[in-house]
Design a protein around this ligand. Structure first.
Ligand code: ZN
Length: 76
């Protein structure tokens, strides 16, 4: 499951959540409870090292990072 870095547009609180892509628009601010949050794109999350690991988001099967990903066999 991907971690999203978010910022609340109401109270400016920064937080992160571990949530699936499907539930992404259900995220609310832990402080004020608004759904008015914006994803912060962090360069650290997208470029994690590890060489032969499965990509975080696989374009072919969109599972990515799990044992179900179609790229897994190729990379191991
Ligand atoms: Zn807030």
């Amino acid at each position: 499951m991907p971690i999203f870095d978010l910022i609340c547009l109401e109270c400016d609180k920064k937080f992160d959540v571990l949530i699936s892509n499907a539930d992404k628009d259900k995220i609310i601010c832990p402080d004020c409870g608004t759904g008015n949050v914006k994803q912060v794109l962090s360069p650290f999350n997208s470029s994690s090292s590890g060489g032969s690991r499965v990509p975080d988001s696989c374009r072919s099967c969109s599972v990515g990072g799990s044992s179900k990903c179609c790229m897994r066999d190729r990379l191991l």
